[in-house]
Design a protein around this ligand. Structure first.
Ligand SMILES: Nc1ncnc2c1ncn2[C@@H]1O[C@H](COP(=O)(O)OP(=O)(O)O)[C@@H](O)[C@H]1O
Ligand SMILES: [Mg+2]
Length: 286
């Protein structure tokens, strides 16, 4: 790939700490638990097929977990279940110690097809959730400005989504979710539509915000490099319809590279290579 490496670009200047912080949350609010989770999609006139089966995963509050795996292994399915968009067929799904039954403000969702309100400006889109939370007007404006700056769209705050490129719209969606300071951030290929340089900037910002806010992050990504650069642990999924077995977790690999990660370092590349092998192995050890 010719894309700039995440660690290669100059990190943006560190801005002020986010206006909302983990101090406003219950310490355990960001804990995520999946136990024996199975999702079966009904098929017309057939018994249906398990998209994922027997998924066990525990994520500590404040942890950053990346999820990688070949297409069709159930990554998006797991995120949609955690988001509360659809129920698991079997198993236990909890966030902050409570069963997930529907979407909620404790979970911020950035999916590629998760749209903005086209009739609201960029700033109004970002302020939307803050308004619902009945924050005072001054605070709403300050927080929105801050996160619009984080995603580099200050000059576009008064534009409408339809006037922006797909990548810029995606950045608005990210700002909108971050502004709400969710206990858990669920991101499904959030940077896929961005150009390489913007993607690198957004990775730096996500890393910084994660450190500052203590938000739990579950990030589905195609990029193993992105996973190793950002995550505390990388969940490798495998299986799926193409393999004739339900999708599931093949391996969970801790990233023991410390705080300052150098994408050109030997240990970074070694971990990338190992994860790449696991993903491409494609089968699921029994
Ligand atoms: N709404 C649905 N109805 C039927 N099958 C689905 C539905 N959503 C996903 N699937 C199937 O579930 C499996 C996992 O899909 P998905 O979670 O999107 O995988 P990934 O995100 O890892 O590419 C695939 O075989 C897919 O075809
Ligand atoms: Mg997917």
């Amino acid at each position: 790939m010719s894309a700039p490496r995440p660690g290669a670009a100059t990190p943006p200047a560190t801005g002020p700490a986010p206006s909302l912080s983990r101090l406003t949350r219950h310490a355990d609010a960001g804990r995520v638990l999946l136990e024996g989770v199975t999702k079966r999609y009904a098929a017309r006139g057939a018994a249906g097929v398990d998209a994922v089966a027997g998924v066990d995963l525990e994520v500590a509050a404040g942890e950053f977990v990346a999820v990688v795996g070949a297409s069709g292994c159930g990554k998006s399915t797991l995120l949609r279940i955690l988001a509360g968009f659809e129920p698991a067929t079997r198993g236990r799904v909890e966030v902050g110690g409570r069963p997930v039954t529907r979407p909620g403000p404790d979970r911020g969702v950035v999916f590629q097809d998760y749209g903005l309100f086209p009739w609201l400006t960029v700033a109004e889109n970002v302020r939307f959730g803050l308004r619902q939370r009945r924050l005072p007007r001054g605070q709403r404006h300050r927080i929105a400005e801050e996160f619009i700056e984080v995603v580099g769209l200050t000059r576009f705050a008064d534009r409408f989504p339809g006037e922006l490129s797909g990548g810029m719209q995606q950045r608005v969606a990210i700002a909108r979710v971050l502004a709400n300071d969710p206990a858990v951030l669920l991101m499904d290929e959030p940077f896929g539509a961005l150009d390489a340089l913007t993607r690198t900037t957004m990775q730096h910002e996500l890393r910084r915000l994660h450190r500052e806010t203590g938000t739990t992050v579950l990030l589905v990504t195609h990029s193993i490099e992105e996973a190793v650069y950002l995550a505390d642990r990388v969940v490798v999924m495998s299986g799926g319809a193409a393999h004739g077995v339900p999708g599931g977790i093949a391996e969970i690999v801790p990233v023991t590279l410390g705080e300052h990660r150098d994408v050109n370092a030997a240990d970074f590349n070694e971990l990338e290579r190992r994860l790449s092998e696991l993903v491409h192995a494609g089968h699921r050890p029994e």
